[in-house]
Design a protein around this ligand. Sequence first.
Ligand SMILES: [Zn+2]
Length: 226
Amino acid sequence: MKKQLLALLLVSATATTSFAALKFDSDVPKNIQTQMVEDLAFMAQITGSGQTPFHKELFTEVSGKAYQQFFDTRIFSVGVDACGGGAAVACVQPFFDPNKMWLTENYIKFSHPQVARSMVVYHEARHSESKNGNWMHANCPRPFLDANGKDMVSIWTGAKLEGQPACDSTYKGSYGSSTIMLKNISKYCSNCSDKVKMDADIYAMDQLNRISKPAVKQSMLADFAN
Ligand SMILES: [Zn+2]
């Protein structure tokens, strides 16, 4: 049953998308290629019933077509790299080629939901925008505490975030934009399962904490109320 569903997804992907244009380096392991193609196909089949103003500004609409266009105009090829090592999942190295995304082995090893993995892909795609300084991260505050006074940690790795270059000071950056994308999927996707929408909300609300300027975070919460 599961196999059948995947096959269907892939068929609809080739029928409605042009991800075939995405070039994988020959040394990218096949299972990583397959996972990424499936994740992009998942994004490309989304239909939506509305959106928030920030989402409209950044992605135009909650729809597979809009998400595919966002990706296709930013990432042209995919390679495999350690991305600095450790727990990195993916990266863009603008000085080398801003339109190339690098995936690490962690892309298929880490056990986060598909919609969360898609968030990583769209976060990296945003870094391809050289005309916007590649939306470099901001340093997280020090100390960096949650509402309960506990250290903020990465939902991906559990690493402490204080003082790390793992935050954004604008809603338009890589963390901000992908948070807005996920929150809108949780609110407005009309063909997503409840599980997908719940996952999207959990990861969006976690990544919202990466917005280090309180006023910007407040403006995003106000946007999400739409
Ligand atoms: Zn980043």
